[in-house]
Design a protein around this ligand. Structure first.
Ligand code: F0G
Length: 456
C-alpha cells in the first residue's frame, strides 16, 4: 500500500522560536527599514522566505561531521572529504573551495573575461550578472521564449535558447557560456538534459567552454528524473553526473544544494592552465587552496550535505512542498510562474497588481504588503534587482516583475506554508489598496540590497 501524503522525511530535534508582531509594529519596522525588506531585522520576521541560500537546517550527520573538522591550514582531511564529494558528482579534476558562489564567479570571470566580451546564460542571477559586468563584459540572458511567459506551462522552462546561442557564438567574442541550473531568475525552472547536451555540442563546435552555475543541481536532476524521457529509472546522482559530463567547469553556491550555511566551489574539468591561474587568485583572495575561506568544519558539513541532497525521499518532499504552495495560490487565482519551480514560488506581480506601473516597482510593493499584513519576508526579482535598462532607461531591465517566496531547506513545516497561503489570500483580497514605491536612494551596483525606498 502506498499512501498519498508525501511527508517531511525527517523529525525535528532542535528548534528556533519565531516571534509574532502586530500589524502596527510591522508598519513602523518597515518604515524604519526604508521600505526595503533586506534592511529588516530577522527577529522581526515571522516566516522568512527571503532566500533559500544558507538558511536551511542541517542534519545530525552534518553536525556530527562538523566535530571532525580538521582546521589545519594546509592539507586538512576535511578538504579531501569535500573534494571527493564534489569529484564524485562532477567528475572534474580541479576542485577549488570558496566561501560562497560569488567568490567562485569572481575568480573564474576574473581569469577569463575582458572588456568587450559577451557571456550568454539562460538567465544570469543578479550577482553573476554583476560580476560579468564588473569585468567590462556584457551579460546576455537567452532563455527559451516560453521562459519569458509566466503563465505558460512547459516542463523545462529554464532551457537556453539554442538558436540564439549559436548566433551569439558566430558573431561575438564569447570566452564562456553559462547554464544556470535551476534557472533561479526565471522562476526556479529546470533545464533539460537534452538542452544541456545540445548547448554543450554547440559550445564545443565553437571551442568555447560551457560552465554550469549549479547552485541547485540536485533539484534540477530531480525534475529531469520525473519529466524527461529516459531518466525515470536513473538515480539523482547518475543524472547529476551526466549533467556535469557535458560541461567544462562549474561554479557552485553550496549554500543551496550543498545543504550548508556557507560555502561554494569552482570546479574545472581538465584545463590545467586555467585551474592553476584560478588557484593563484584563490590563494591571493580567499585562502589556501585546501580551505578557500572556509573552516574545516564547513567543508565537513558540505561533504555530507552534497550526499544528502541527492536522496530521493528528500528531493521528492522538497519539490512537492513547493508545488503544494503553488497549487494553493493557483486555486485562489493568484498568478504565479507556472509550473512551480524547484526552490520557490514566484508570484507574477505585474499580473496581480496591474494598477501599479512597472516604474513604480509592483513586485517590490508586493513584498512590502506581505510583510505588513502577515510578517512574511519575500524578495523582489524585477525592476530593482535587475536594474536599469541600458536601451531604454525609463524602463527597468527585467521584463518580469516577480516576488519570490524561497523555501529554506528542511526548515518550515506544512502549517507554516498554510499560514503563508492565508496571508497571500488576504493580500490578494486587498490588492487594489497596494501602492507603488519610488527610489529615495540606491547604489549603482546591486541596488536592491541597500536601496532606500518610499511609497508613492
Ligand atoms: N548563482 C545562482 C544561481 C544563485 O542563485 C546565487 C545566489 C549565486 C550564484 C551566488 O551565490 O550567494 O553563494 O554568492 N543566490 C541567492 C538567492 C543569494 O537568494 O537566490 P552566493
Amino acid at each position: 500500500m502506498k499512501f498519498k501524503t508525501i511527508i517531511e522525511p525527517f523529525r525535528i530535534k532542535t528548534v528556533q522560536p519565531i516571534r509574532q508582531t502586530t500589524r502596527e509594529e510591522r508598519e513602523r519596522l518597515l518604515q524604519k527599514a526604508h521600505y526595503n525588506v533586506f534592511l529588516l531585522k530577522a527577529d522581526d520576521v515571522l516566516i522568512d522566505l527571503l532566500t533559500d541560500s544558507g538558511t536551511g537546517a542541517m542534519s545530525a550527520q552534518q553536525w556530527s561531521g562538523m566535530m571532525l573538522g580538521d582546521e589545519s591550514y594546509a592539507g586538512a582531511s576535511s578538504f579531501y572529504k569535500f573534494e571527493a564529494a564534489v569529484k564524485k558528482i562532477t567528475g572534474f579534476e580541479h576542485v577549488l573551495p570558496c566561501h560562497q558562489g560569488r567568490a567562485a564567479e569572481r575568480i573564474l570571470f576574473g581569469c577569463m573575461l575582458k572588456p568587450g566580451d559577451v557571456v550568454p546564460n539562460n538567465t544570469h542571477f543578479d550577482t553573476t550578472r554583476a560580476h560579468v559586468e564588473y569585468r567590462g563584459a556584457k551579460a546576455l540572458d537567452i532563455p527559451i521564449p516560453e521562459g519569458r511567459d509566466p503563465a505558460l506551462i512547459h516542463p523545462f522552462k529554464g532551457n537556453m535558447d539554442l538558436q540564439a546561442l549559436e548566433k551569439i557564438l558566430q558573431g561575438k567574442q564569447v570566452p564562456l557560456v553559462v547554464i544556470t541550473v535551476t534557472n533561479n531568475s526565471n522562476g526556479g525552472q529546470p533545464v533539460s538534459m537534452a538542452n544541456i547536451r545540445q548547448a554543450s555540442e554547440i559550445c564545443h563546435r565553437y571551442n568555447v567552454p560551457l560552465i554550469l552555475d549549479c547552485a541547485r543541481f540536485a533539484e534540477n536532476a530531480w525534475f529531469i528524473k520525473i519529466r524527461e524521457d529516459g531518466y525515470a529509472n536513473k538515480t539523482p546522482l547518475e543524472i547529476a553526473q551526466e549533467m556535469f559530463q557535458y560541461a567544462d567547469g562549474a561554479c557552485m553556491s553550496a549554500k543551496k544544494d550543498g545543504m550548508a550555511n556557507i560555502g561554494g566551489f569552482l570546479a574545472i574539468k581538465d584545463d590545467d592552465k586555467l585551474a592553476k591561474q584560478c588557484k593563484d587568485v584563490l590563494i591571493l583572495t580567499e585562502g589556501f587552496s585546501t580551505y578557500g575561506g572556509l573552516a574545516g568544519y564547513d567543508l565537513e558539513a558540505l561533504a555530507v550535505g552534497l550526499q544528502e541532497v541527492l536522496h530521493e525521499d528528500y528531493l521528492e518532499y522538497r519539490i512537492r512542498s513547493v508545488a503544494y504552495l503553488g497549487e494553493k495560490l493557483t486555486e485562489c487565482g493568484i498568478p504565479i510562474v507556472q509550473p512551480p519551480g524547484g526552490h520557490a514560488i514566484y508570484i507574477d506581480a505585474k499580473a496581480m497588481l496591474p494598477h501599479i506601473p512597472s516604474n513604480q516597482f509592483p513586485a517590490w510593493a508586493l513584498t512590502l504588503a506581505l510583510y505588513v499584513e502577515g510578517g512574511v519576508r519575500s524578495v523582489e526579482l524585477g525592476g530593482m534587482m535587475f536594474g536599469k535598462n541600458d536601451a531604454n532607461p525609463a524602463e527597468p531591465n527585467s521584463a518580469m516583475e516577480l516576488v519570490r517566496l524561497a523555501f529554506p531547506r528542511r526548515t518550515y513545516t506544512q502549517s507554516h506554508i498554510d499560514y503563508v497561503s492565508e496571508v497571500l489570500y488576504h493580500v490578494n483580497s486587498i490588492k487594489d489598496t497596494i501602492r507603488g514605491v519610488k527610489i529615495v536612494e540606491a547604489p549603482a551596483v546591486l541596488p536592491h540590497f541597500s536601496a532606500k525606498m518610499a511609497p508613492v
